[in-house]
Structures are given as structure tokens and as C-alpha cells.
Design a protein. Structure first.
Length: 154
């Protein structure tokens, strides 16, 4: 094996390692996305906050893997030879990562809509409570008025 083909083989193995790491991270993000939807549906704020912290750690790992990808591919000749089986695996990993990221983003959009709906419902509930409180307050103030037709009990 020549130095060039040995170098290309090392490059493709390293690229496959980084892509495998990214795929594992994205798979974890998908799993967290499924849990996230359940936590939103059950209004589990504490659980959701813990999940979001875990998700942030995964995103930081994914970003670090992206930087590794830059190091691996930096200065790479565009016509580098890669074995067909490695090329196929690289393409497969990239396609899977793209699909999984798209699924995570779609889930996030749906969850964001659910959270917005819950926020609006909470605001309406607070407004209803405020309205009821103001009505009770106005009613109580109205009882203090001297009404000549009222009996001793008001």
C-alpha cells in the first residue's frame, strides 16, 4: 500500500469515526425529542428543563464533532480516492444524520407550537382569575353602600 492510499484509508476511517459519533449523538437527540413531547404534554416543567440541559450537552458534543470533521477534511484534495464500500458507508451516514436532524427539527417545531398553545391557555387562565378577582372586589365594595331597602344583613 502506498503512502497516498494509506493516508486516504486513515482519512476515511477517521471520517467514518466522526460521522459515527455524530450519528450516535443525533440518535440521542431524536430519543430526547420523543421524551420532550411527553413532558410538554404532561406539563412537567422540571423534567423539561432537565431534558433541555441534557439536550444542550448533546448539541455541544455535536458541534465539537463538526469541528473534528473540519480538521479531518481540511486541506483534503477533492479527488481523493476512497474505497467504494467506505464511500457508500460515508454517504449512508451523512444521509442518516441529515434525516435524523430533519426529524428533530420537525419535532421541535411541533413542540414549540404546543408550548405556545399552553402559554396562551395559561395567560387566558390568569386573565380569568384576574377578572373574577376584580368582580369579587367590585361586588364587595358594592355591599358597603347604604341601601335603604336592604335589611340588617345587607
Amino acid at each position: 500500500m502506498s503512502n497516498a492510499s494509506s493516508s486516504e484509508s486513515r482519512w476515511s476511517r477517521e471520517l467514518l469515526r466522526v460521522l459515527g459519533e455524530q450519528q450516535a449523538i443525533v440518535n440521542e437527540l431524536v430519543t430526547l425529542g420523543e421524551r420532550q413531547s411527553g413532558l410538554i404534554a404532561s406539563a412537567d416543567t422540571e423534567g423539561l428543563l432537565a431534558l433541555l440541559a441534557e439536550r444542550q450537552r448533546l448539541i455541544e458534543r455535536f458541534t465539537a464533532a463538526q469541528q473534528d470533521m473540519g480538521v479531518v477534511t481540511d486541506g483534503l484534495a477533492p479527488n481523493v480516492a476512497v474505497a467504494d464500500d467506505e464511500r457508500g458507508r460515508i454517504q449512508e451516514l451523512i444521509a442518516d444524520i441529515s434525516r435524523q436532524l430533519a426529524a428533530v427539527m420537525t419535532q421541535d417545531e411541533a413542540d414549540q407550537a404546543k408550548l405556545e398553545k399552553a402559554r396562551v391557555a395559561a395567560r387566558e387562565a390568569v386573565n380569568t382569575v384576574d377578572t373574577a378577582r376584580l368582580a369579587r372586589q367590585a361586588y364587595r365594595q358594592g355591599q358597603a353602600v347604604n341601601n335603604r331597602f336592604a335589611d340588617r344583613k345587607g
